[in-house]
Design a protein around this ligand. Structure first.
Ligand SMILES: Cc1cc2nc3c(=O)[nH]c(=O)nc-3n(C[C@H](O)[C@H](O)[C@H](O)COP(=O)(O)O)c2cc1C
Length: 162
């Protein structure tokens, strides 16, 4: 299979998640292309499925990610499986603080993108991948790249079993 992995990243954390997904997918014997969302979408004809990711900012996904979802639909990607991921955080350590600021972290860029993709009628994978950063600009929390690898395995397995 050919898997397209689209990402937007300001400080490199979401790109690292995209690359971790690609490494795992290639390890499973598939072809993965990682592509910055600032570039135009490539030819989608030979692409079997895609993953799209963005950082959470002000509680949502950047407009480039939302625009890419519209473009995927316009380019008739609708029936092909699409997985969604984001980065978010850092989460407040104090539970009261977290509760008060919940809306900035949940459902985050991934949840918002998923909602939009569903509205557009895209074939979205129900699970999303969310990777936490330790500080506003990163780095990723320990173990988050491993979570990405696990997500990639589940995404591919679900498609292969259909
Ligand atoms: C202007 C700005 C606003 C942000 N707003 C949020 C937010 O509302 N919720 C959140 O979880 N993280 C927020 N963050 C942290 C980002 O999620 C974090 O910078 C991002 O995950 C890093 O990914 P990147 O390196 O791929 O850009 C914000 C960061 C910046 C710089």
């Amino acid at each position: 299979m050919k898997v397209l992995i689209l990402y937007k990243s300001n400080y490199g954390n979401t790109r690292q998640v995209a690359e971790a997904l690609a490494r795992q997918i290639e390890g499973l014997g598939h072809n993965a292309e990682v592509r910055d969302l600032r570039l135009r979408l490539p030819n989608l004809k030979d692409v079997d499925c895609a993953l799209i990711g963005a950082p959470t900012r002000i509680g949502r996904a950047t407009w480039k990610a939302r625009r890419a979802l519209r473009r995927l639909r316009r380019k008739r990607f609708g029936a092909k499986p699409l997985g969604i991921f984001d980065t978010y955080g850092p989460l407040p350590v104090d539970p009261g603080e977290l509760e008060k600021n919940r809306k900035w972290f949940y459902p985050g860029a991934a949840g918002r993108m998923q909602e939009k993709a569903q509205k557009l009628g895209l074939n979205v994978f129900l699970q999303t991948l969310r990777c936490q950063v330790q500080g506003m600009k990163g780095p990723l929390k320990e173990g988050e790249a491993g979570k990405a690898a696990q997500f990639a395995r589940e995404f591919i397995a679900t498609i292969e079993n259909k």
